[in-house]
Ligand binder design. Structure first.
Ligand SMILES: [Zn+2]
Ligand SMILES: [Zn+2]
Length: 225
C-alpha cells in the first residue's frame, strides 16, 4: 500500500449525491497550493528554483491573483520573468527564432501547481482502487456518489489495476454508477428543455432546474476558484 495517501479527503468528499468527488478533492488541493505558493515559506531555494523553471499556468496564476498576498505573487513573477528574459534573444536567424518560439510556446503551459496536483491525483486514483479492494465498507461509500466528470471517470478506469483481485468488480461498479448518473442527467436535461415550453409550466421540476449546470460539470468538471 505504498501509494496510500491517507483516506481522510476521500471519505470527506465521497458524499451521497455528489456529482464528482474527485473534482472536489482536486479543488481542495489546488486551493491549498495556491495559498502555499503565496506563503513566504515556499520561497525557499528549492521551491524558487522550481518556480523559475516551470512557472504557473494561467488558471493557477488567476487563482493566486484573486488572493490577498500581491507582494508574494509579484516576487514569484520577478524570478520567473527573469528566467524567461534569459531565453529571449534578439536575432535575425530564422532557425534560432523558431527554436525560441518552441521554448516560449511550452513556457506558458508548465506549472508547479499543476505538477503537484497531477502527482497527488495519481495517488488518489490508486488509493481509491486500493480502498475498494481492501476496505469492505468503502464500496457503499463509492456507490453513494452520483458518478464523476468524464476526465475523472476515465482516470479511475485507467487505474483499476490497483484494485488487484477486485479489478473486474471495480470497473463494473464504476461503469454502472456512471451509466446510471448519465441516464439520470439526460432525463433531467429533457425536463429542463421541456420546461421552456409554456404548456409544461405546471409540470414539476423535480430538481431539473440545475440540469444544465450539472451537464457542464459532467462534461468538463468543476473548476477551482
Ligand atoms: Zn471531476
Ligand atoms: Zn497550473
Amino acid at each position: 500500500m505504498h501509494y496510500h495517501i491517507g483516506n481522510m479527503l476521500i471519505y470527506q468528499e465521497f458524499k451521497p449525491g455528489c456529482e464528482c468527488p474527485l473534482c472536489r478533492i482536486r479543488n481542495i488541493l489546488e486551493n491549498r497550493l495556491a495559498e502555499q505558493y503565496l506563503n513566504d515559506a515556499v520561497m525557499e531555494d528549492e521551491q524558487r528554483k522550481k518556480v523559475n523553471e516551470r512557472g504557473f499556468c494561467a488558471h493557477h496564476t488567476q487563482m493566486m491573483l484573486a488572493r490577498k498576498n500581491k507582494l508574494s505573487l509579484a516576487l514569484q513573477q520577478v524570478t520567473r520573468i527573469t528566467t524567461l528574459k534569459g531565453r529571449l534573444e534578439v536575432t535575425d536567424d530564422v532557425k534560432r527564432a523558431l527554436k525560441q518560439a518552441e521554448y516560449f510556446a511550452q513556457s506558458t503551459k508548465t506549472c508547479v501547481i499543476c505538477d503537484h496536483v497531477q502527482d497527488s491525483m495519481e495517488r488518489y486514483y490508486k488509493t481509491i482502487a486500493e480502498m475498494y479492494h481492501g476496505e469492505p465498507k468503502f464500496k457503499d461509500v463509492l456507490l453513494s456518489v452520483n458518478g464523476f466528470c468524464l476526465e475523472h471517470y476515465a482516470a479511475l478506469l485507467q487505474h483499476a489495476k490497483y484494485a488487484h483481485g477486485s479489478q473486474k468488480a471495480y470497473v463494473y461498479d464504476l461503469s454502472k454508477l456512471q451509466k446510471n448518473a448519465v441516464n439520470g442527467l439526460l432525463e433531467d436535461l429533457y425536463t429542463f428543455c421541456s420546461k421552456h415550453d409554456y404548456r409544461n409550466a405546471n409540470v414539476p421540476w423535480n430538481g431539473a432546474e440545475t440540469a444544465l449546470l450539472r451537464a457542464v460539470q459532467r462534461l468538463h468538471g468543476e473548476e477551482a476558484k
